[in-house]
Design a binder for this molecule. Structure first.
Ligand SMILES: NC(=O)c1ccc[n+]([C@@H]2O[C@H](COP(=O)([O-])OP(=O)(O)OC[C@H]3O[C@@H](n4cnc5c(N)ncnc54)[C@H](OP(=O)(O)O)[C@@H]3O)[C@@H](O)[C@H]2O)c1
Length: 219
């Protein structure tokens, strides 16, 4: 199975390192292809670089490690290529205003996951995942001892759930389903009660702690 990671910034870089460390092949793409090439060169034979279109076309799983507005643009352009693929969305409902300040780009209560899922072709297998920790924790938290750190995911799709559980384990974490797409906001920042940068106040949970947190109704 090949995973395309579109975007090699904070999240894409951390995820590519975690997956390659777990023996997973990755194809990397970015706006500037030289950024993807530089990371692929550093990561060795399991990693390669391609254009966005080629990376998506050749992969079984596509991770959109880019900002929400860019995900919307990429789906509008290359959405047809996502048919039958697992589409992994780590995005938050965030973007930047004209002065470069980070702002919420969706109304309160609307999740980025619900927006992305609705834009996909009917045959795509959507899952919200790999965005529930900050990038630094995603990079440093892999293979935590003695108890692995949890990465939450949200999906309505059984095939996507099976695939993301495998990839989360390969990346060195423990998977836990937070719910369906309707629950995606629980694992997004700002505000999600199960997001490290939201209700978890920076905490990184093990499986028992994560199960207890997920079982509590969000405030
Ligand atoms: N940072 C975090 O701690 C964190 C935590 C959880 C979730 N997230 C979410 O993860 C996503 C990525 O965040 P980030 O911090 O990793 O962003 P980032 O560091 O700004 O990286 C963005 C990446 O997107 C690429 N990109 C931009 N436009 C593109 C296009 N048209 N086609 C292909 N690639 C394009 C950029 O390519 P170039 O390298 O060529 O510029 C860059 O590699 C966001 O949705 C964010 O909400 C972030």
């Amino acid at each position: 199975m090949t995973t395309a990671i579109v975007g090699v910034g904070n999240i894409g870089d951390a995820l590519a390192r975690d997956l390659v460390a777990g023996g997973e092949p990755v194809v990397l793409a970015a706006k500037d292809e030289s950024h993807a090439e530089a990371l692929a060169d550093e990561l060795g034979p399991l990693a390669s670089a391609a254009s966005v279109e080629d990376a998506i076309a050749g992969a079984d799983v596509v991770v959109f490690a880019v900002w929400l507005d860019t995900i919307k643009e990429l789906i509008a352009k290359d959405g047809r290529l996502l048919e039958d693929k697992v589409v992994v969305d780590p995005s938050n409902p965030l973007g930047f205003d004209e002065s470069g300040q980070m702002i919420r780009t969706l109304p309160e209560g609307q999740s980025s996951g619900s927006v992305v899922a609705a834009l996909l072709p009917a045959g795509a297998h959507y899952v919200k995942a790999f965005g529930t920790l900050g990038a630094a924790a995603l990079a440093r938290g892999a293979y935590r001892e003695p108890r692995r750190a949890v990465l939450f995911y949200a999906t309505d799709d059984d095939a996507a759930a099976t695939t993301i559980e495998r990839l989360i384990r390969a990346a060195g974490f423990e998977p836990l389903k937070a719910g369906g797409v309707a629950d995606a906001g629980r694992i997004e920042a700002p505000g999600g009660d199960l997001h490290q940068g939201g209700g978890l106040n920076g905490e990184i949970l093990d499986l028992d702690q994560a199960r207890a947190a997920a079982a509590k109704p969000p405030a």
